[in-house]
Design a protein around this ligand. Structure first.
Ligand code: KG4
Ligand code: ZN
Length: 361
């Protein structure tokens, strides 16, 4: 048993978790079935607690995340969130053997709050610190279901959309990525155009569940290869809503417009993900990131993989949206920095990890 305190504050969720990095269901856990939100699989024993203190109320009035508000809210929520994670796991400070924290990419002020707290705790307790990249954390979420590398992981969040070929642990190669907006951005911007409240992706998912996905034939202009593009789709929705103002105002029609828009995003994500697996000759497919919480994506990807005999690993929603448990799942594959060599460690807003990790286009 080796207990890690994990902290994640890259955007607008203040999260802390306790993860056992030496327990049962370890790194070579047997491949488990996909899960559409059910109990955690083989790796579940590893996650001793996971607390997410959402800041949504603080940002709702602004219609989106306000970076400075996020940083301030993290400072207010973090101490209580860490205490709750320890209490929930039944773990005392003395039981901890390390700290892991997201160092980027994300909102720089928000990241610095988590990093400063992690350094302070690790330094005071004379513990090692593991620096975790946010994208690697998202793709490590599927280790909770017992996936084994190599596998393809569609990683789709508010800031990133990429097809990662995970070669070992959290080492990955980029097989495709968005050329413009992230998929989560497409959901959020679409939701805003449809007059839905922030946070938009989930609201659009809920509205679309009552609609007809073939109602509007939104364009599927796919870039070549395994890259994605979503900005044209957003413009198409804008024009559609301008031309059909009265129609779109009725609830049933709005639901069908939302369902059609969602379908265009999901088509692209599912199509390129299974193509990536086929091109790479890989039999295992996983997803990570907030967009992987989308109910239509979960269902369509499961069906598409089953049709082709691919094994699919879809983490529970709580492990797809930002959380600290996935930070611990990634940390198991990374080298910790010994006490006190991490005091000069910095956070980063952009994606050096992607550049460093043999990006092949
Ligand atoms: O991974 P995440 O929680 O934070 C980032 O790293 O960005 O992802 C947030 C994104 C947002 O764009 C949000 O609208 C989207 O994930 N999202 C969804 C759903 N739940 C969250 N998009 C579609 N359907 C959902 N159910
Ligand atoms: Zn994220």
């Amino acid at each position: 048993m080796s207990l890690l305190l994990c902290i994640e504050t890259s955007c607008d969720d203040t999260s802390a978790a306790v993860v056992d990095t030496g327990g049962a269901g370890g790194l070579d856990g047997a491949g488990g079935p996909e899960s559409a939100g059910g109990p955690h699989g083989a790796g579940a024993a590893l996650i001793r607690s996971s607390i997410v203190s959402s800041q949504h109320e603080s940002h709702a009035a602004f219609g989106g995340v306000v970076p400075e508000v996020a940083s301030r809210r993290h400072t207010e929520l973090l101490v209580g969130t860490v205490a709750a994670a320890l209490a929930d796991a039944g773990v005392a400070w003395d039981d901890l053997e390390g700290v892991a924290v997201t160092t980027g990419p994300g909102l720089i002020g928000a990241l610095l709050v988590g990093l400063a707290a992690a350094k302070a705790i690790a330094y005071a307790r004379r513990l090692p610190l593991t620096a975790v990249d946010h994208l690697q954390a998202h793709l490590a979420a599927s280790y909770a279901l017992g996936v084994t590398a190599p596998f393809v992981c569609l990683t789709a969040s508010g800031g990133h959309t990429l097809l990662a070929v995970v070669e070992r642990g959290v080492e990955f190669r980029v097989a495709g990525r968005t050329l413009d907006d992230a998929a989560g951005e497409a959901f959020d911007k679409g939701a805003r155009l449809l007059g839905l409240p922030y946070p938009g992706g989930r609201e659009l998912d809920l509205l679309a569940a009552r609609g007809e996905p073939s109602f509007v034939a939104f364009p599927r202009s796919l870039p070549q290869g395994l890259d994605f593009s979503f900005s044209g789709l957003k413009t198409a929705l804008l024009y559609y809503l301008r031309e059909h103002q009265t129609e779109a105002a009725t609830e049933a029609l709005r639901a069908s417009v939302a369902a059609s828009y969602q379908e265009a995003i999901v088509d692209q994500l599912v199509g390129k993900t299974v193509r990536c697996a086929e091109q790479e000759g890989l039999r295992r497919v996983a997803v990570g990131g907030g967009v992987a919480a989308n109910s239509r994506l979960r269902r369509r990807l499961t069906a598409a993989c089953r049709e082709r005999g691919l094994e699919v690993f879809i983490p529970p929603v709580a492990l797809c949206t930002d959380n600290a448990a996935m930070v611990g799942l990634a940390a198991r594959h990374l080298e910790p920095i010994a006490w006190p060599q991490y005091l000069g460690l910095d956070a980063y807003a952009a994606e050096p990890a992607l550049r460093a990790l043999r990006v092949r286009r």
